[in-house]
Write a protein that binds this ligand. Sequence first.
Ligand code: SF4
Ligand code: SF4
Length: 101
Amino acid sequence: MTHVVTENCSQCRFTDCAVTCPVQCFHGDGERLYIDPEVCIDCNACIPACPVQAIREEFHLTPEQEHWREINAERAKDLPVISAKQQPLPTAEARRAELGF
Ligand code: SF4
Ligand code: SF4
């Protein structure tokens, strides 16, 4: 099992999640983060840390979110580990408001 970063992370990238992860399984590009399913230990620590509820346990994914499972696995392979807090993207606060958080 694993946890999955879904659509709400796009244009946010607050990275609050990454600092909570005990096994450094978050990877990032310029827009968002992804979880490496080979490394995630399902500890749940990242879920309450995300201000826009972007992270879900894989068995809680909706049918519309299922594709994020493969995207996380594929993208995490090629991207650097993100384990420290970073500046949110300039679009982050607007995105959070748009999502209603
Ligand atoms: S805290 Fe949430 S929105 Fe921010 S990078 Fe992590 S998953 Fe994405
Ligand atoms: S569930 Fe735990 S191990 Fe998996 S990504 Fe979240 S914080 Fe990291």
